[in-house]
Design a protein around this ligand. Structure first.
Ligand code: SF4
Length: 537
């Protein structure tokens, strides 16, 4: 049932105690206070140690890791196999791993100026079973004010990813299931301006379906949260390859441009440039197709009505909805031939020789026509002056990206690791007294009840997310506030340690179990987490 622990210093530990979620876990015992040195359960073999850092309560054999690969039994001692991540203001590149020392064995804090170091929740360990103070409660100073940062890993059952995919292409119907390895892991939600949104994960998929659905959902969230690539399919829609911070691949095609605007906006932005080189311009868009001479922009430029009528439902002058079906063709429609959206060229308005540009909202598709004597558009080579305007559309498109936001509920039991009166923490966050960060990245706390916090995973250090097989996501969390406020909200004052002491010895409960810390430079643009204004709505 368990596997050998080859070498604790190796980051490649991948064999672990087999645990398949709480309902069938064979070795469940009552939660106990963590004792790193010896087993506490009479039913447990003497060479095992119990980990109680999450509800799974792995009983880990000597030389093996727990079900999450984060804890191991090393010579009868429960150890954490991955380092605590700290941010260091002045660091240019990742430094070597540095061990914490056992209390009383010397002080290496002098190696690093304490004011430039921030302890993150990555690798910090949890407060489970909840009543325990957070593992790191670190005092520091900012602008002459005594501050404290409460640092923990949160075990998130209530969490999801909101994924923004910059594309005009139709990915699937709203509310369609999103699948990974055949399991439903989320759904398509609204289309936004130049982007399609997906909602992935969430407690329903983690706990409300089959075990496999929960496991795959967890894998999806961890993979995307840790900025790694993933394949997804959408029922009745596209096949996707996505990765945070990278261009999406839709049906095998690398997306390059995010559209400059909808069809109507594209007409408006480039109207002056169009007016000099064409008699009519139709910007094809699945949502709002723009027709220049009908559009207010064309009218204000005194353009002569061209009499070219497009299909679809007219919204306002020069703006048409539903000119075609959604798809992966021109402007997010299903068309390959742009003339298919033209209903008529009216004899009382159009004229032979009329110059017509049809273009998509990214400029990736463009065609040039001249009306013949029968008022039928005939394809012609595009003049250089027209091609330059089309190129200008492309130039104004931003690169397509996939953006992944993690959304988690921190308003539950982990608050007990911060305060003996948890509602005061929630209230203090709402009053902007407490700054909430995840791995040092600024969190946006949603208005309303609870501590529903959202963060861009690209602003977090790599591999910030872990999992436990309950199933739940493990994510870092830091609460920074003035020390006086921490005292006021019922904080665990006995566990406050100076930064120097923390750097020297690790967590407040460190009893000599070996740990290591990894120093990273803060992500550009994040600002320093201590002394930053809270990111509140
Ligand atoms: S799955 Fe939970 S109990 Fe098991 S080793 Fe990981 S944190 Fe500890």
């Amino acid at each position: 049932m368990t596997a050998r622990l080859p070498n604790r210093k190796s980051p490649m530990l991948n064999e672990h105690t087999k645990t398949d979620g709480l309902p069938d876990a064979p070795d469940l015992v009552m939660p106990q206070a963590l004792d790193r040195a010896r087993p506490r359960n009479e039913r447990m073999a003497s060479d095992k140690v119990e980990c109680n850092a999450c509800p799974v309560l792995c009983q880990i054999g000597r030389g093996r890791t727990g079900a999450c690969d984060r804890y191991a039994n090393e010579e009868g001692v429960l150890v954490r196999v991955d380092p605590v991540v700290l941010l260091q203001k002045t660091l240019d590149a990742e430094a070597l791993l540095v061990p914490f020392t056992v209390r009383g064995e010397g002080d290496e804090a002098a190696l690093v100026p304490a004011s430039s170091v921030f302890v993150t929740g990555i690798g910090a360990s949890t407060t489970y079973p909840d009543y325990k103070p957070a593992p790191f409660i670190v005092a520091s100073e900012a602008a002459g004010v005594d501050m404290v940062t409460v640092v923990t890993e949160g075990i998130f059952s209530y969490c999801s990813l909101k994924v923004k995919i910059d594309t005009d292409r139709w990915l699937g119907p709203e509310q369609a299931n999103v699948r990974c390895k055949g399991e439903v892991v989320g759904h398509v939600t609204t289309a936004e301006y130049g982007s399609q949104m997906l909602s992935l994960g969430g407690v329903h998929h983690l706990t409300g379906g089959s075990k496999k659905e929960g496991r795959v959902t967890l894998e999806v969230m961890q993979t995307l949260g840790n900025k790694k690539p993933l394949e997804l399919t959408i029922d009745g829609g596209a096949q996707l390859q996505i990765q945070a911070g990278q261009a999406p691949i839709v049906n095998g095609v690398l997306e390059q441009r995010m559209r400059v605007g909808c069809g109507s906006a594209t007409v408006g932005i480039f109207a002056r440039q169009f007016a000099g080189v064409a008699d009519e311009v139709i910007v094809v868009d699945d949502h709002i197709t723009g027709v220049l001479t009908e559009h207010q922009a064309g009218r204000c430029l005194d353009m002569k009505p061209a009499g070219i009528k497009v299909r679809g439902r007219k919204s306002t002058p020069g703006r048409y909805f539903q000119v075609a079906n959604p798809g992966t063709g021109w402007g997010g429609t299903d068309i390959a031939d742009p003339l298919s959206i033209i209903e008529t060229c009216e004899a009382d308005a159009a004229w032979p020789g009329l110059r017509l540009l049809m273009v998509s909202t990214t400029g990736e598709h463009a065609a040039w026509y001249v009306l013949d004597d029968a008022l039928v558009p005939q394809p012609q080579p595009m003049p250089e002056a027209v091609a330059q305007v089309v190129a200008r559309i492309g130039e104004n498109c931003e690169p397509s990206l996939t953006t992944v936001l993690f959304l988690g509920g921190a308003g539950g039991s982990l608050r007990a690791g911060v305060s003996e009166n948890p509602v005061l923490l929630t209230q203090a966050i709402k009053k902007s007294v407490v700054n909430v960060t995840l791995g040092g990245a600024p969190g946006y706390v949603w208005p309303g009840g609870g501590i529903t916090v959202m963060v861009d995973v690209m602003r977090m250090p790599d591999n910030s997310f872990g999992t436990v097989p309950t199933p739940a996501i493990v994510a870092p969390l830091e609460f920074t506030m003035p020390l006086a406020e921490y005292q006021r909200l019922g904080g665990h004052m006995d566990q406050v340690r100076s930064l120097a002491d923390t750097l020297a010895h690790g967590a407040w409960h460190n009893d000599g179990a070996p740990r290591a810390r990894r120093m990273l430079a803060p992500a550009p643009g994040n600002g320093w987490p201590i002394g930053q204004p809270p990111q509140l709505g």
